[in-house]
Design a protein around this ligand. Sequence first.
Ligand SMILES: NC(=O)c1ccc[n+]([C@@H]2O[C@H](COP(=O)([O-])OP(=O)(O)OC[C@H]3O[C@@H](n4cnc5c(N)ncnc54)[C@H](OP(=O)(O)O)[C@@H]3O)[C@@H](O)[C@H]2O)c1
Length: 345
Amino acid sequence: MSLQKALLLEKAKSPFVVTDVPIPKPGPGQISVKVISAALNPVDWKIQAFNFLVEKYPAILGSDFAGDVEEIGEGVQGFSKGDKVFCQGSFTSEMGGFQQYALNPAELVGKIPSNIDYAQAASIPLGFMTAAVGIMSASGAALNPTCTFDSSVTFSGKPAFVFGGSASVGQYAIQIFKILGFSTIITYASARHADFLKSLGATHVIDRAEVSVDSLAEVVKKITNNSPIEIAFNAVGDPDSRAACLNSLAQGGKLADVSPQAKEQGDGKKVFTIYGSGHTPQNREFGRILWKHLPRMIQDGTVVPNRVEKLPNGLVGIDDGLKKMKAHQVSGVKLIAFPQEVAVV
Ligand SMILES: NC(=O)c1ccc[n+]([C@@H]2O[C@H](COP(=O)([O-])OP(=O)(O)OC[C@H]3O[C@@H](n4cnc5c(N)ncnc54)[C@H](OP(=O)(O)O)[C@@H]3O)[C@@H](O)[C@H]2O)c1
C-alpha cells in the first residue's frame, strides 16, 4: 500500500498531527489529484473547535485544493494524467485538501487557466461556490438558478449590498453581482481594501472603521437614493451583520447569509442560509454546471482570485495559519499551504 503525508484530526476537538496515511484510489467518475496547494478556510478551525460536519474520525479537512491529475477513475473523460486542476474538497477524508493526494468527482473539477497559478486556483472554489449558491441557485436567492452566467440575466439599474466585501466569500459575492449586471454594488469593508474591491466590481466601499454597524443601513440607503435594495449578501454572518443587512433591504428583499444560524425574521424579508458545497444533492447539478463555466470566466478575467498569502512548512504550517484565522488576523487574503513541501521547523 502506498503512503502519503496528511494533516489529521485524529478525533473530535483533538490537535492536528501530520502522519502517514494510504493514498486514496479514485472510484468510478473520480480523479485523484497530487495536491500542490490547499486553501485554509474558517470552517477548518471551526470543525476542530466545535466538531460538526465531519461524520467520521480520524478526519482530513481542507475545502479547496489545486494540483496535478495523478490517476483517473473508470468512466472519466476529458482529463489526462498531469493536467493542472482545481476543485472544492468535501468533508470525507479522501476529498480533503490537507494531504498530498486527494480525490474529487471529475464533474466538479476544472482545469487551471493559464493566467493563474496553483495557489490562486486554490483560493477560488469554496468561496466562489458559496457566493454563487447564495445569490444564484434555487437553494439561495435564485437570481440565476440555471447557472447560465450569460448576459440574458441582468439586473441592470438595480443595487445590491455585500456585508464583508474583503472576506474571501465577500469578494466573490461582489464579482457575482457584477456578472449579473447590478449597477450599484455597495460593500462594507476596511478602507485599505477599497481599491481592490472596486477593481472587482464594488461601486461604493463603506469603511467599517468610519461607519458603525448600527448606522450602516442608513448610509446604504443614502447611497441608493432610497431606491430599494432587493438583494443582500452577508459574508460575515454574525447577528449584528445580519441585522444591518435586513435593515438595508426593502420589503420583500432577499438576504443570502453564510451563517447556519440565519433564520427568517417574519417581516416579509427572505433569509437564505447557504451551504456552499457543490457536493450536496441539492447543489450538485448547479455545481456541475458552474464548473463548466468557471475556468473560462477566470481565463477571460471575469472572475478574479483572492489575493493569496503563501504559508511555509507544508502541512505543518496549516495549524499556525488556522490559529491566525481564528484570531481574526487574516484580512483580505486567502492563506494557502503547500502539502508537498517538507516542514523545516
Ligand atoms: N455557509 C457556507 O457554506 C460557508 C462557506 C464559506 C464560508 N462560510 C463562512 O463565511 C464567513 C467568511 O468566510 P471567508 O472564508 O470569506 O472568511 P475570511 O476571508 O477569512 O474573512 C476575513 C475577512 O472578514 C472581514 N470581516 C470580519 N468581520 C467583519 C465585519 N464585522 N465587517 C466587515 N468585514 C468583516 C475581515 O475584514 P478586515 O479586512 O476589515 O479585517 C477579513 O477581511 C466565515 O464565517 C465562514 O465560516 C460559510
